[in-house]
Structures are given as structure tokens and as C-alpha cells.
Design a protein around this ligand. Structure first.
Ligand SMILES: Nc1nc2c(ncn2[C@@H]2O[C@H](COP(=O)(O)OP(=O)(O)OP(=O)(O)O)[C@@H](O)[C@H]2O)c(=O)[nH]1
Ligand SMILES: [Mg+2]
Ligand SMILES: [Zn+2]
Length: 287
């Protein structure tokens, strides 16, 4: 049969077929040597001696490393208006990495019940006016469009520890009891409530809840390609005077023109420049 891996706990795999039926399975050693199976992978499995054995991992459409999930349709960047602080640089870095992985980023602004400062409100509006879809949620009032967005898709929730990722899933699926924790503890160093990766059945879709993270890795991205992974830049890519424009100091740069004319928010461009700088510093070190 063909089924999807929805859970991996050490060497035990849980598969789900198209009708939603679940099976416990193990994987052949030779399969694991070729490619480490991820949650979200479609696999071929056979029943031998009353046990399901994964024989083959089917080709992937894409794959995220953190969390390790394959065939992802969209990634929701979960960001609270405060506790922890709203962070455009983090949203921008995450959206670049998600776009680079061939996955659509969405922004989910949580804890709107805590009150939104004028500055944060302006930043949120800039995202709402940009190409990323934005959803606002608050304790006790869940935007119904969220369930619609998740239906029939594989989604990943990502964002700082304490942003409210597990809380969102619990609200969407009241039968769920994912562990959440007091924000004071969530913000303590190295403490995360969510520990393992698994695809949960939520609102008619499959969703991976992810633990908060401490670092983001841009080491596989070159300065020439970074711009094409910024959602706000995408419509201007290829319109600069120079083919190898990195939208920094070049004349005739369509991105810089759009920033000057207010079509791309200044902060978005500054976040791009700071990641670009990071990549350039790395290049100087290693070449
Ligand atoms: N006021 C308010 N509090 C919220 C909201 N959403 C979540 N919280 C609280 O924020 C705290 C952290 O929520 P979690 O859902 O555990 O956060 P998480 O993103 O899953 O955190 P990690 O699993 O550590 O990455 C909990 O105390 C929640 O009750 C909200 O919309 N409004
Ligand atoms: Mg969590
Ligand atoms: Zn340019």
C-alpha cells in the first residue's frame, strides 16, 4: 500500500492511508540508508508476518529541516504581538527560509487580546498589505479562516517558544491536549514544551507543531539568490538593470526603486540587507 508517515518515534513509524486508517510500521534498514524518512513522506509499505514494513520512500516535493517534515504545503509563522515580543526580523528571516524551501509562508499574529502598540500595529499592516497572507488570533476568538487554510494540506507551525503554536492547535481541535506552558517558563532558556515532531490531524489537514528554536541557518543560501526568497521582492526580481543585482548598491535596481517609492516597506529592505550582510561576511571568511 501507499501511505503517509505521520509520526516517527525512534524506530517506530505511524502511517496513515488515504481513508485515514492508521498503521504501525517499521522501516527496512536499506531504505533508511538511502534516505532518512520524514513525517509527511509518502511511502510504499508491505505487510509481512503481520507487520507493516516500509519498502520505499516516494520522491519528495520539498522538505524542511526544522522541523524535519517532507511534502509541506505551507508554513505558518506564529508570532505574538507581545510575550514574547513581536519581531519583524524573525518573521522576515523565517519567510526567506520557508520560501527557499519551496513552501508558502503565512503569518499568524497571536495574542491580539493583549493589546497592540502603535508601532506593532503598523508593522502588522505592512505585512497585511504585502504578499503574505496574514491571520490575527486572540485568546478565545479564533479566526475561522484558519481552519479553512489548513484543510486538506500539510502545514507546519513555526515561531518562537511561547508564541502560542500549541495553543492554536488545541483551540482548533478541542479534543487535543497538546502541552502548553506558562509564558514565564516558556521564555526560560532552553525550555520547550513541544518536543517531538508529528503530523496532527487538525481541521481536516495535517499539521506539525514545532518547538521554538534558537538559531536559523542561512549557510546554504548565496547572496545572489537571497532576494528571490523575500516575498515582498518577488515581483521585482529580474527587473533590475544587472542580472546579478543583489539589491545593495547597484544602479537601476528595481527593488531599491520600489523601496524608495514606498511599495516595499523600508524595514523589510533593512532586514534583507542584514541577512545579506551575514551571508557576505561568511563568504569573506571562507573564500
Ligand atoms: N493572552 C493570550 N495568551 C495566549 C494566547 N495564545 C497562547 N497564549 C499563552 O501563551 C503561552 C505559551 O503558549 P504555547 O501554545 O505553549 O506556545 P508554543 O508556541 O507552543 O511554545 P513552544 O512549544 O515552547 O515553542 C501559554 O501560557 C498560552 O496560554 C492568546 O491568544 N492570548
Ligand atoms: Mg508548543
Ligand atoms: Zn536589484
Amino acid at each position: 500500500m501507499i501511505a503517509r508517515i505521520i509520526r516517527i518515534v525512534s524506530k517506530e513509524y505511524t502511517l496513515m492511508d488515504e481513508s485515514g486508517q492508521r498503521y504501525d510500521a517499521i522501516v527496512m534498514g536499506k531504505v533508511r540508508l538511502q534516505m532518512t524518512p520524514a513525517a509527511g513522506d509518502l511511502v510504499e509499505a508491505e505487510c509481512a508476518d503481520g507487520r507493516w514494513v516500509i519498502q520505499k520512500v516516494l520522491p519528495r516535493r520539498n522538505r524542511l529541516i526544522r522541523p524535519f517534515v517532507a511534502n509541506v504545503d505551507q508554513a505558518l509563522i506564529v508570532m505574538s504581538v507581545k510575550d514574547p515580543d513581536f519581531s519583524p526580523p524573525l518573521i522576515d528571516r523565517l519567510s526567506m527560509l520557508i520560501t527557499e524551501a519551496g513552501i508558502e509562508p503565512l503569518l499568524c499574529v497571536t495574542k491580539c487580546d493583549l493589546g497592540i502598540s502603535e508601532e506593532t500595529e503598523q508593522r502588522i499592516r505592512e505585512y497585511e498589505n504585502g504578499p503574505m497572507r496574514v491571520i490575527r488570533t486572540a485568546k478565545g476568538s479564533l479566526d475561522p479562516s484558519l481552519a479553512h487554510i489548513l484543510r486538506g494540506k500539510i502545514s507546519v507551525l513555526t515561531g518562537q517558544s511561547g508564541a502560542g503554536k500549541s495553543t492554536l492547535l488545541n483551540q482548533l481541535e478541542p479534543s487535543f491536549h497538546l502541552a502548553t506552558q506558562e509564558i514565564s517558563k516558556a521564555l526560560g532558556r532552553g525550555r520547550h514544551t513541544t518536543r517531538h515532531n508529528e503530523l496532527h490531524e487538525v481541521a481536516g489537514g495535517l499539521v506539525a507543531d514545532t518547538p521554538g528554536f534558537s538559531s536559523l541557518d542561512f549557510s546554504h543560501i548565496t547572496k545572489y539568490e537571497l532576494g528571490q526568497y523575500v516575498p515582498d521582492f518577488v515581483r521585482y526580481i529580474g527587473k533590475c538593470r544587472f542580472n546579478d543585482c543583489i539589491h545593495q548598491n547597484e544602479p537601476g535596481c528595481a527593488v531599491k526603486e520600489a523601496v524608495a517609492e514606498g511599495r516595499i516597506p523600508e524595514v523589510r529592505y533593512e532586514d534583507y540587507l542584514s541577512v545579506l550582510q551575514m551571508i557576505q561576511d561568511r563568504k569573506e571568511k571562507y573564500i
